[in-house]
Design a protein around this ligand. Structure first.
Ligand code: PLP
Length: 421
């Protein structure tokens, strides 16, 4: 099935007389006929739901849909994008391990990786996004377990060269994890370019209406964990009376471990109601992505012609440093987020933003309504100046998340901002 059809039908097919719309199974628990059956569930020898910290029918339907959209073998929903990236890393990294990431990733992820995980003995080594394959290979240490990047970086909107990083990761027998939040599987399916694991903040375009905070991890099922480097997947799990994930779950080893071990222990599984809202958003995702791309491209072209504007980062623009990569990875459009700066730096950026009437100034992005944010004073406030530069964020950078309003109204609003300068 094509992606528009999958967005509507994957994950849930009602049988005769059942509800047409995915039902909300708002139940923490499930009844079984026998103690033996419950025992078998705990042994993971029969499929089924046992407790809604680990799985739930409504959430499972959405997981199946997202796995289909990304082309993976399985998915695990989480209560936030932060939880998704945390579990994606912790699933194969322990104290004493390291992993590589590019510094252009979302500020919240940088805090998680560079500060919080460090407290737990996991080191994040940052490599520049334009590093050569040799430089990436040289940065990989014997204890390095994965490489991490974002398809379209939040907020600098630079494009991650998925194939280059996948090649380097695979030469070192480690997986590539890609946060595909801004592109969504409608615009890019990172697994087609070599990503092994894909994560999302479903809070953003997937939901699209700003009604739930959520995340998801998708497993391609293609990484060979049996290469001697990942005993946590190939050797018996003590916390699960000797389960061997690769032997017992084959291609779904990674995502099964993430669920039955880490989700069991960390407990950040979304509610059925949250999954229901996410599913509503997913149903119209392809239609919305098309319009976000059109509106954002028009807004980016408009801004790039204004003399008060210092720079515009939007990879669909011909002169953008990410343009060639965008043509390869995002042929259908570059999503709805633009990073730009006005002449006069931080003070002018604040004046511009405070003059807007339609676009709201809020801590959100990738929403149905146009919104703006000044990363240096909000999402990236905790970053040092050095980290800001590495993330591609100048003090005057404005992140504009173009919504689905009529483009003429959006441009008129941007004109208000320009007139204030
Ligand atoms: C927002 C965001 C996150 C974090 O997701 P939450 O749902 O806010 O926890 C992670 N990665 C990217 C690219 C994001 O934009």
């Amino acid at each position: 099935m094509k992606i528009e059809t999958q967005c509507l039908h994957a994950g849930y097919s009602p049988k005769n007389g059942e509800p047409r719309v995915l039902p909300i199974c708002q139940s923490t628990t499930y009844r079984y006929d026998s103690t033996d059956h419950v025992g078998a569930l705990f042994d993971l020898s029969v499929p089924g739901h046992m407790y809604s910290r680990i799985s739930n029918p409504t959430v499972a339907a959405v997981e199946e849909k997202i796995a289909a959209l990304e082309g993976g073998v399985g998915a695990l929903c989480t209560t936030s994008g932060q939880a998704a990236n945390l579990i994606a890393v912790l699933n194969i990294c322990s104290a004493g391990d390291s992993f590589l990431a590019v510094p252009t990733i979302y500020g919240g992820t940088i805090n998680l990786f560079a500060v919080t995980l460090k407290r737990f003995g996991i080191e994040c080594i940052f490599v520049p996004p334009d590093a050569s394959e040799e430089e990436i290979l040289a940065a990989v240490q014997p204890n390095t377990r994965l490489i991490f990047g974002e398809t379209i970086a939040n907020p600098a909107v630079c494009i991650f060269d998925i194939e280059k990083f996948a090649r380097a990761a695979h030469k070192k027998d480690i997986p590539l994890v890609v946060d595909n939040t801004f592109a969504t599987p409608v615009l890019c399916r990172p697994m087609e370019f070599g990503a092994d694991i894909v994560t999302h903040s479903t809070t953003k375009y997937m939901d699209g209406h700003a009604v739930q905070v959520g995340g998801v991890i998708v497993d391609s099922g293609r990484f060979n964990w049996d290469n001697g480097k990942f005993p946590e997947l190939t050797e018996p799990d003590e916390s699960y009376h000797g389960v061997r994930y690769t032997q017992d779950f084959g291609k779904a080893a990674y995502i099964t471990k993430a669920r039955v071990q880490l989700m069991r222990d960390l407990g950040c599984y979304p509610s059925a109601t949250a999954a229901f809202y996410l599913n509503l958003g997913l149903e119209t995702l392809p239609l919305r992505m098309e319009r976000y791309c059109q509106n954002a491209e028009a807004a980016a072209r408009f801004l790039s012609k204004q003399e008060q504007v210092d720079f515009v980062n939007y990879p669909a623009l011909e002169g953008d440093p990410g343009h060639a990569l965008a043509e390869k990875y995002l042929p259908g459009g570059c999503s709805g987020v633009i990073a730009f700066g006005v002449k006069g730096g931080r003070a002018a950026a604040v004046r511009f933003m405070d003059s807007l009437k339609l676009a709201s100034n809020e801590v959100h992005v990738a929403d149905i309504r146009t919104c703006v944010l000044h990363p240096a004073s909000a999402t990236h406030r905790q970053l040092t100046d050095e980290q800001l530069i590495a993330a591609g964020i100048s003090p005057g950078l404005i992140r504009l998340s173009v919504g689905l309003e009529n483009i003429e109204d959006i441009l008129a609003d941007l004109q208000l901002g320009l007139d204030s300068l």
